[in-house]
Design a protein. Sequence first.
Length: 204
Amino acid sequence: MSTASTSVRIQLGSLLTVVGGLLMVTLWLIFTTLHGATSFNEDGSALGLSTLFWGMLLGSIPNLLIATGLILLSSCLAFTTGRLARLGYVLLLIGLIVPALADLAIQALGPPFFVPVAAVGLIVLASGVQSDSQISKPSRYLLLFVGPVLGIAFAWALVPTALTDSISGYRIYGGFAHFAAGVGWVMFGVSVLRARFTTIEAPS
């Protein structure tokens, strides 16, 4: 693959990751407003569309955009960095794509069964690329940020709703799984893009 083609893939992959993260945050704000702060669905609507529709969008479109961005970034994330990075990369894609397709199929936001898969994938991937010069330190740290954030979200989801509903537990879960993770993905995409432009502009 030519240098120009690789550069375009990295730029497009970074932009898709940023857009996916922004959509994740935006759709979570809409969904949580309509659904409410507890496990009880208040069944609000926006633009004539129910929480089921907005939940389906939240669980699918951002994940698919981010996964597509990561696939375009595969040359610098996984395939040149060893087995550990490749393992984490595959787990991450499974953790993003499978639940997204499931949510599209059921047309609602499904349970967070694959959140720990994505969390482990991110942590393993970040560990696997620690010594790789193609990934900047900020980018590696951001991968390592999103992974534990998703891990915390899943751990919170395991707490009985009888305990968490009294403190807006459903919204707290989404704050980690969608808002904080979405912000992390935006920052990751920006960091990869910034590092790419810095490399291009650096004097030889």
